[in-house]
Design a binder for this molecule. Structure first.
Ligand code: SAM
Length: 284
């Protein structure tokens, strides 16, 4: 079944009385070149299990299942289940979970479904919760090696920005703390049904094997990063004293030992400097 053929898609959706939910970010891929590229760049291959978030009618699920040993997909919309039974009927290596990915026990799912397999995440993410999903995947320390996702173009720019530049934000630091993000390719709005108001891009985050900091250091680091970026136009000393109660003099002396001026703002510090600064402030 050709799931990128508009006639076929309209026929399936019509027969099942399905209408798109804007609230659930339902924009399905209809460009036949996109899903094979996501699968090929996203570690869908022998020896791998792939976790997909948001199946839609299964257009990406199918490409993943053609390449990986196993696909487990979490889809919140129960109206899609009878459609998926039809569109994915030829596959015996796909398991669908009808759940909200933000409430799903992903560790249990991975252990159950991907025993002995390497694990990757691939998805065309629902745009209304792109950042929460990515941060949840990173913070929950799942045994995942890569996350390959389609996101809005602007989100891709923010996620793949260089830490220490004006384009970066707290999520840029978060992603770069847990791994290495890379933009793979752009996707125009016309590649979806219905067509969204923005263009998209596919990015891949390769996750670090080991955490860079202890759990306690990590908590302090992220408190500092969130505080700094919540007042990103202020100097770090002002932001950290008002948000975390750290004395300005302490911030000045930590900055100075890193060779940075008192006027430094969070968006001017690269990843290593941010980590060093948090360690200096934590150990005061
Ligand atoms: N993968 C399909 C494609 O590329 O055509 C669909 C992608 S569509 C952008 C996002 C999908 O995520 C929809 O099927 C939507 O129902 C589902 N979704 C939205 N919120 C979700 C959530 N919290 N948990 C799981 N799935 C969700």
């Amino acid at each position: 079944m050709e799931l990128t053929n508009i006639g076929t898609v309209k026929d399936i959706l019509g027969r099942h009385g399905f209408s798109f939910s804007k609230g659930l970010g339902q924009n399905f891929i209809i460009d036949p070149t996109i899903c094979p590229r996501i699968a090929e760049n996203g570690n869908a291959a022998p020896g791998w299990g792939v976790l997909e978030i948001g199946t839609g009618i299964g257009v990406l699920t199918k490409e993943l299942a053609l390449r990986a040993d196993k696909v487990a997909a979490v889809e919140i919309d129960s109206r899609l289940l009878p459609i998926l039974e039809e569109t994915l009927a030829d596959f015996d290596n796909i398991k669908i979970y009808n759940e909200d990915v933000m409430k799903c026990d992903l560790m249990g799912l991975i252990q159950r479904e991907f025993d002995c397999l390497r694990v990757a995440v691939c998805a065309n993410l629902p745009y209304y919760i792109t950042s929460p999903i990515i941060m949840m995947l990173l913070e929950s320390r799942l045994p995942i090696e890569s996350i390959t996702v389609m996101v809005q173009k602007e989100a891709a720019q923010r996620l793949c920005a260089q830490v220490g530049t004006r384009e970066s934000g707290a999520i840029t630091v978060g992603v770069n703390y847990y791994g290495t993000p890379k933009k793979l390719f752009g996707v125009s709005r016309g590649s979806f049904m219905p067509s969204p108001n923005v263009d998209s891009a596919v990015i891949r985050i390769d996750l670090n094997k080991e955490p860079r900091l202890s759990a306690e250091e990590e908590r302090f680091f992220f408190r500092m990063v969130k505080s700094g970026f919540s007042q990103r136009r202020k100097t770090l000393s002002n932001a950290l004293s008002s948000m975390m109660g750290i004395g300005k003099q302490e911030v000045y002396s930590a900055l100075s030992s890193l060779g940075l001026p008192e006027s430094a703002r969070i968006e001017q510090l690269d990843m290593d400097r941010l980590i060093q600064l948090s360690q200096l402030l934590m150990n005061k």
